[in-house]
Design a protein around this ligand. Structure first.
Ligand SMILES: Nc1ncnc2c1ncn2[C@@H]1O[C@H](COP(=O)(O)OP(=O)(O)OP(=O)(O)O)[C@@H](O)[C@H]1O
Length: 564
């Protein structure tokens, strides 16, 4: 597809990672490091000067200074978290709508549910920003400064700091190598067992009706038990290695302490230095003990961000095209083809057909031949691999979706009603004019049925509403007819409807034709529509198609008559 893209690329700046925010984070980290160094100086002065002079007022003043520095450090930390939290929130808000649309386009284009992975990527990037790992590099700078100060104080001390950081970092890497695969396997097994159970529970009638409950539960309990054991073993292993990590950390700090004690005995150090170096070594080691985990979060966050950018670039909304003034009125299928990658033959093979205003066309063919796919191409939900579809000259793919949506009525094969009441479903959202909703319901033959519902038009219609399949179909048809659409697409509309509902539906199609709308009906029952239809489009395997005029003078493009 060569459509120009509306979204050429997602930049970090668009989601709140502005130079100002980055500068604020750097300054806050530098400020908290300086506050930490000030804290060390205070500790040194209390230990060296005040202890010797035993001046109570100075001790109280230093204690006040100490409290101030602690409060400042907490304040800096809080501000940093607030900035990161705001970035994460803005990222979610900015991306959610566009990413959801990209996910839907991806799901329609690839015919898979992989599009939803986009939403997972967003929360992965969000949690990366909300997490301290994002500050890894800034904290490492703090640790390097701490080691440099240790070197300045004493070369041996510096070597202790450097060696300790390497040892803690190395152990962290080892811990990660040992504990991480097990933790992942445990988490995956738990999530798989939950997915399995919920997929079984989404067909409760089938599971209960066929007496599958005990077998389902036994299977799930077995899987869940195994997953739980795996998860617990991984946790135990992680706890054990974490304890070793803490021990090493404490041992290194203790070794530093003993080393400075020895310097103290040789009068090469002071008591103040002893206290300060203890804290300094903690600061030097701390980022290294989380290094592997933080690095993992970094690479995971960056990879998720890259995948997100790729999908959003690939699935960007096509740039709307202006109306083609040369195109005839009605619906024009201009050599529409769909040949997905990795399929030997096309599913839709270059259909060329013009349906003038007021034409009714039935679409038929064996199961799985591509009828619904053709309807999705017509509605602009699926980008064709070749050709285009124009409704009154407007490309149905490269268009403003909202204004085109208002000109289209679509009853899919599997009617989905939204989690709203009957009124909101027919009126396609809140704020619809009541007369237009009732007119659409009457046109669909659904008004009487809705009147018999306990809450009438206010009856909830979502998937837990308890409406019967036929009732849902009638509400779906009323939604399709709402606003007198210029194009009405009905995908196997007769399924599940009784005789009188079918008669109403045919009448609705005839009324649409009479007011100049184009109607496409996918059907396995051509006889039901034979006296209403003007044109018959028959699809065959490997993209073959044939269009046939059923009435003399029915509007159809000549080239559309050729069988491929
Ligand atoms: N986006 C897509 N990518 C790849 N293959 C697709 C895509 N959409 C549909 N298909 C495949 O095209 C084939 C035709 O499916 P379609 O639902 O259009 O058939 P149909 O004629 O409507 O069938 P039925 O009469 O059973 O409803 C199926 O094998 C389907 O998996």
């Amino acid at each position: 597809m060569s459509a120009a893209l509306r979204n050429p690329g997602l930049r970090l700046r668009d989601v709140g990672v502005t130079p100002g925010a980055v500068l604020a984070l750097v300054l806050l980290t530098v400020a908290s490091q300086l506050a930490f160094l000030a804290f060390l100086l205070v500790m040194k002065h209390i230990s060296d000067g005040v202890m010797d002079t035993r001046n109570g007022a100075t001790a109280i003043a230093f204690a006040g200074l100490y409290a101030l520095i602690v409060v400042m450090c907490a304040g800096y930390g809080h501000l940093r978290s607030a900035i990161l939290g705001a970035i994460a929130e803005r990222l979610g808000i900015t991306l959610q709508v566009e990413a959801l649309q990209a996910a839907v386009r991806n799901a329609v284009r690839t015919d898979t549910a992989q599009g939803t992975a986009v939403l997972r990527e967003i929360s992965r990037v969000q949690s990366f920003f909300a997490n301290r790992s994002v500050l890894l590099f800034l904290e490492l700078i703090g640790a390097v400064v701490a080691i440099a100060i240790m070197f300045c104080l004493d070369t041996g001390l510096g070597l202790f700091g450097l060696g300790g950081a390497a040892a803690v970092g190395g152990l962290g890497l080892l811990v990660h190598r040992v504990a991480d695969p097990a933790a992942r396997a445990g988490a995956r097994a738990l999530s798989d067992s939950a997915v399995e159970l919920s997929s079984q529970l989404s067909h409760p009638d089938l599971v209960r009706g066929l007496g599958l409950v005990p077998a389902t539960l036994a299977r799930w309990q077995h899987r869940y038990g195994a997953a739980l054991a795996l998860d617990e073993a991984a946790r135990d292993r992680a706890k054990a290695v974490q304890a070793i990590e803490h021990l090493l950390h404490d041992l290194i700090q203790m070794a530093v302490f003993v080393y400075v004690c020895l310097l103290l005995f040789e009068q090469a150090a002071t008591a103040g230095m002893l206290v300060s170096v203890y804290f300094l070594s903690g600061n030097a080691l701390q980022p290294f003990s989380h290094l592997t985990q933080s690095w993992e979060n970094w690479s995971g966050g960056v990879a998720a961000w890259r995948r997100l950018r790729r999908v959003m670039r690939q699935e960007a909304a096509p740039e709307p095209l202006p109306r083609d003034p040369a195109a005839p009125a009605g619906l024009l299928l201009d050599g529409v083809a769909f040949h997905p990658p990795r399929r030997e033959a096309p599913i839709v093979g270059g259909v060329a057909l013009h349906l003038a205003p007021g034409a009714v066309c039935t679409v038929q063919g064996p199961n799985g031949v591509g009828k619904s796919t053709l309807m999705r191409l017509v509605l602009g939900l699926l980008p064709p691999t070749d050709g285009r579809v124009l409704l009154d000259g407007q490309d149905t793919l490269r268009c403003d979706r909202e204004s085109l949506g208002a000109r289209i009525g679509y009853l899919p094969q599997d009617v989905q009603l939204l989690d709203d009441d009957v009124f909101g479903n027919i009126g396609r959202g809140p704020g619809a004019a009541p007369e237009a909703v009732v007119a659409a319901a009457r046109a669909a033959g659904a008004h009487e049925m809705i009147g018999r519902l306990p809450l009438g038009y206010q009856t909830p219609a979502g998937h837990t509403s308890g409406l019967s399949a036929g009732q849902r179909r009638l509400v779906g048809l009323a939604r399709a007819l709402y606003g007198d659409p210029a194009l009405l697409v009905l995908d196997e509309p007769e399924v599940g409807l009784d005789g009188s509902a079918r008669t109403e539906m045919r009448a609705a199609v005839e009324r649409t034709r009479a007011r100049g709308g184009v109607v496409l009906v996918v059907t396995h029952e051509p006889l039901t529509w034979s006296d209403v239809a003007d044109i018959r489009l028959t699809l065959g395997p490997k993209g073959a198609w044939e269009a046939q005029s059923l009435r003399p003078g029915a509007a159809m493009q000549e080239t559309g008559l050729a069988a491929h």
